[in-house]
Design a protein around this ligand. Structure first.
Ligand SMILES: [Zn+2]
Length: 266
């Protein structure tokens, strides 16, 4: 991180005055120092405390062992036992309706409208080399085939016997040709990607709901944010983690209640 003016002593001073200091929210947001923390940009203490309250609500909807998802040394996506060694982090976004959030003054009518999203989190899960490769291949096939056909269309048009012949036949023929090639590339890519997905489904949890901790989150009201046609969110892969942990290890004894909540099937 390029926080050149980071001064540990001054950071401690600011932290001493901050109402969220040493909370879970502080740990999550403030790992790069108070200078880069969103909370320190808020003007009043009340706003900071409100942010902390919201964060507590967000965390209350997460399973206590949520951090096992990315702290595990084992790939979370492997269907085979034993799973491969985790080397990367798969990141995707999940949202929850709580805490209550409202959009004010729509069209100046002064009507408060409840927003469907109260919490939005990037969730990371540990993933191994093989599963990452298999999942990335799906996108590569789709985009690669499309681009391949685009290039091929232009290459063919540059051959005078083809390009010139088409233009001589009808002036707009080359454009139709390009459009048809793009369409063909799109659908072929889609089919290749779908076939690949079907093949890897046997060994990779392409459907994120098959990951137990994600299943628990869904049971607690979380949902995938901005999903594709398959109902799954976009997954990004990183070599380094984007957060250390969301929840502190729990000392509380609410196991039974949690179990009940997590076993409800929706
Ligand atoms: Zn794996």
């Amino acid at each position: 991180m390029s926080n050149t003016n980071y001064d540990p002593q001054r950071n401690e001073e600011i932290k001493g005055r901050c109402p969220i200091a040493d909370s879970e929210l502080c740990e999550w947001l403030g790992k790069n120092g108070c200078y880069q923390c969103y909370i320190s940009s808020l003007k009043s203490s009340a706003q900071k405390e409100e942010a902390l309250e919201h964060w507590k609500v967000t965390l209350s909807y997460l399973p206590d062992n949520i951090d096992d998802l990315h702290m595990s040394d084992e790939c979370q996506f492997c269907k085979d036992e034993p799973p491969e060694k985790a080397e990367y982090y798969a990141t995707f976004e999940m949202a929850h309706p709580e805490p209550y959030a409202e959009k004010g003054m729509i069209l100046g009518l002064g009507k408060k409208v409840r927003t469907p999203i109260g919490s939005l989190l990037s969730i990371q899960a540990s993933v191994g080399k093989e599963c990452k490769k298999a999942m990335k291949m799906t996108d590569a096939l789709q985009i690669g085939t499309f681009l391949g056909f685009l290039v091929l269309a232009f290459v063919l048009l540059m051959i005078p016997q083809i390009g010139q012949a088409m233009a001589n036949w009808m002036a707009f023929m080359p454009y139709i040709f390009i459009a048809l090639m793009l369409l063909a590339g799109y659908f072929l890519g889609k089919n290749l990607a779908a076939a690949h997905l079907k093949k890897i489904k046997k060994r990779v949890k392409v459907n994120l709901t098959e990951i137990p901790l994600i299943k628990q989150m869904l049971n607690r009201g979380w949902f995938f944010f901005q999903t594709g046609s398959d109902g799954m969110p976009k997954i990004f892969f990183h070599k380094t983690k984007i957060y250390d942990r969301l929840k502190r290890p729990c000392e509380c004894a609410e196991e039974e209640e949690d179990e009940m909540l997590d076993n409800i099937n929706i």
